[in-house]
Design a protein around this ligand. Structure first.
Ligand code: NAP
Ligand code: ZN
Length: 368
C-alpha cells in the first residue's frame, strides 16, 4: 500500500480536513484503557472518544487484536511510560473505514498493521532499518493501541491481510513473527544446515521462531515447561524438545547435539536463560536476545565467550521488509500463527492473566 499513498496527494488534501467530520458518525467506541500503572486489574472497559485519522492516517475497525508481553510492560509503566489514560495493544487486524489523504480504494480492505511507527525519512529508515528509527514509536506502547474497536494508524503501516488467515490469526502475526524473522534472518543469518535452540516455545516469539527456523531448513531444538507444550512445539516444527523446568536443560541440549552445541539460540526470556543459552552455543555460535521477561541482568563467562568465538546479538522488532516477508509466508500458507485462545475485548484482564500464568501456548487474541 505504501506506494499508493503518495498518489494524488493534492487532490486529497481538501478531503483530508473534511473527511473526519463527514464520515465519523459515531463519536465514541469501546476500549480497554488504564488510568494508572499496574497489573491486568488496572484495565477498564469503557466508552472512549473514537479516534479521528490525521493526515496520512487510516481509521481501522479492529476485528481482532492480540496480546504481547509489551502490553504488560506498558501497563506496568516499566520500559515504556505512555501518557494516561492509555489503550494498550500492538497487534491488530481489521477493515479500513476511512482514509485521510490516501487512496479511497483502501476503504473496505482487510488489513494488518506493522506496529513500528517510524518516520520513514531519517537515514536509518531510508536504509530500511525502520525498527531503529530515531523517532520510532510502537503502537500500543507509546501511542494508543488495539485493545479497542477502532485505531488510527499511518496508511504506510498497513498491509493487505492474507486471505488464507482469519482475523484472529492475522492479528497474531505482526509483532511476534516480524521479531522472530528479524532475529533469525537479519541478526543470526541462520543457514539451512544449522541447529537452532528456541527458548520458551510457548511464547508468541518462540512459537513463531520455531516455524520460521524449521521453514528455513534448520534443525530445531525447543524448550518449554510442560510435556503438552513440548508436544505442541513438535507439531509446529521442533525436531527435539527439552523441558526447561529440569535444572539440567542445558546439558540435555548439549547431549542432543553430541556435545557440539547449537549454532543459534533464540532467547526472549532474559536473566533466567541467557547464561545457560550462551553455554549451549557451538563454536562461532550466535545468541540473539530480544526480551527480558524474567529480568534484565545476567552474568556470563567472558573467556568461554571469546575462546569459542561466540556472539551475543541484540534484536529489536523487525524492519518493514521483515514484516512483508512474514506476511507473504503467511499468505502462501507456509507459516501460521498458533492460537492459544480468544477472549472478548471486555475480558482482556482475564486474557492477560492467562499470559502471565505461563499456561498459554502461542497467541492470545481479543475480539471486540
Ligand atoms: N525486542 C523486541 O522487539 C521484542 C519483540 C517482541 C517481544 N519481545 C519480548 O520477548 C518476550 C516474549 O514476548 P511474547 O509476547 O512473545 O511472550 P510472553 O508472553 O512473554 O511469553 C511467555 C512465555 O515465556 C516463557 N517464560 C516466561 N518466563 C520464563 C522463565 N522465567 N523461564 C523460562 N521461560 C519463561 C514461557 O514459555 P513456555 O510457555 O514455553 O514455558 C511463557 O509461557 C517479552 O519479554 C517481550 O517483551 C521483544
Ligand atoms: Zn526514521
Amino acid at each position: 500500500m505504501e506506494g499508493k499513498t503518495q498518489a494524488s496527494r493534492g487532490t486529497f488534501q481538501e478531503k483530508a480536513s473534511m473527511a473526519p467530520m463527514m464520515q465519523s458518525k459515531d463519536f465514541t467506541m469501546k476500549a480497554m484503557r488504564f488510568h494508572e500503572f499496574g497489573g491486568p486489574e488496572v484495565l477498564c472497559y469503557e466508552d472512549v472518544p473514537k479516534p479521528v485519522p490525521e493526515f496520512g492516517q487510516a481509521l481501522v475497525r479492529v476485528k481482532a487484536a492480540s496480546i504481547n508481553h509489551i502490553d504488560i510492560w506498558a501497563e506496568k509503566g516499566v520500559y515504556y511510560k505512555p501518557s494516561l489514560p492509555h489503550i494498550p495493544g500492538s497487534d491488530a487486524a481489521g477493515i479500513v473505514e476511512e482514509v485521510n489523504a490516501g487512496d479511497e480504494s483502501f476503504v473496505g480492505r482487510k488489513v494488518i498493521v506493522y506496529p513500528t511507527l517510524a518516520c520513514f525519512h531519517c537515514r536509518l529508515c531510508i536504509e530500511g532499518s525502520h525498527n531503529l528509527c530515531a523517532n520510532h514509536k510502537t503502537l500500543g506502547a507509546h501511542v494508543n493501541g488495539s485493545y479497542s474497536e477502532y485505531i488510527t494508524v499511518p496508511i504506510k503501516n498497513l498491509m493487505r491481510m492474507p486471505e488464507t488467515l482469519r482475523f484472529e490469526e492475522a492479528a497474531a502475526l505482526p509483532l511476534t513473527f516480524t521479531t522472530a524473522y528479524h532475529m533469525l534472518v537479519d541478526r543470526a543469518k541462520l543457514q539451512p544446515h544449522e541447529t537452532v535452540l528456541v527458548l520458551g516455545a510457548g511464547s508468541g516469539v518462540g512459537s513463531a521462531a520455531i516455524q520460521i527456523a524449521s521453514l528455513l531448513g534448520a534443525n530445531v531444538i525447543a524448550t518449554s515447561s510442560t510435556e503438552e507444550k513440548l508436544r505442541k512445539a513438535q507439531r509446529i516444527g521442533a525436531d527435539v524438545t527439552v523441558n526447561y523446568t529440569e535444572e539440567s536443560w542445558a546439558e540435555e541440549v548439549m547431549l542432543a547435539t553430541n556435545n557440539k552445541g547449537v549454532d543459534v539460540v533464540i532467547d526472549h526470556v532474559g536473566a533466567a536463560t541467557l547464561a545457560k543459552g550462551v553455554k549451549c552455543l557451538a563454536k562461532n555460535g550466535r545468541l540473539v536476545t530480544c526480551g527480558v521477561t524474567s529480568g534484565n541482568e545476567a552474568t556470563i563467562n567472558i573467556r568461554e565467550l571469546f575462546m569459542s568465538q561466540r556472539s551475543i546479538l541484540g534484536s529489536v522488532t523487525g524492519t518493514m521488509r521483515d514484516f512483508l516477508a512474514v506476511t507473504k509466508l503467511a499468505a502462501e500458507g507456509k507459516i501460521k500463527p498458533v492460537l492459544d485462545s480468544a477472549y472478548r475485548l471486555r475480558d482482556a484482564r482475564k486474557a492477560q492473566e492467562r499470559l502471565l500464568s505461563r499456561e498459554s501456548f502461542g497467541k492470545i487474541v481479543l475480539v471486540p
